[in-house]
Design a protein. Structure first.
Length: 111
């Protein structure tokens, strides 16, 4: 990371798009399962609808995800990774590898 400046920093620009825990966990689901529907993401992540909506919108605005209509009546959408989103695969893979090597297992969820 030589010549990294703080003005217009690419790391800052990237984290502006997807730099919080929920956005990264949402992206994980696309790499595990492929295109996803809102309810599928909500069921697996246990996020409030508002939080999930905000994160999905931010990922759409960052050109990481795109929403595609799959039903007209009622209108229903499915989310897909864009080419820019797919390019995050090595980043998520590196983060996963780092987590495996340097973090402890989480305690099991209680029912």
């Amino acid at each position: 990371m030589t010549n990294l400046t703080r003005d217009n920093c690419p790391v800052q620009r990237a984290t502006n798009v997807m730099g919080d825990q929920w956005s990264l966990l949402i992206l994980r689901e696309f790499f595990l399962e492929g295109p996803r529907r809102f309810q599928d993401l909500q069921d697996v992540l246990k996020l409030s609808p508002n939080t999930l909506s905000v994160r999905l919108r931010k990922l759409e605005q960052g050109d990481v995800l795109e929403r595609r209509l799959y039903s007209q009546n009622p209108p229903r959408s499915e989310y897909h990774l864009t080419e820019a989103g797919k390019a995050l695969a090595p980043v998520l893979s590196a983060l996963r590898h780092w987590g495996e090597m340097h973090t402890q297992d989480l305690p099991p969820n209680k029912p």
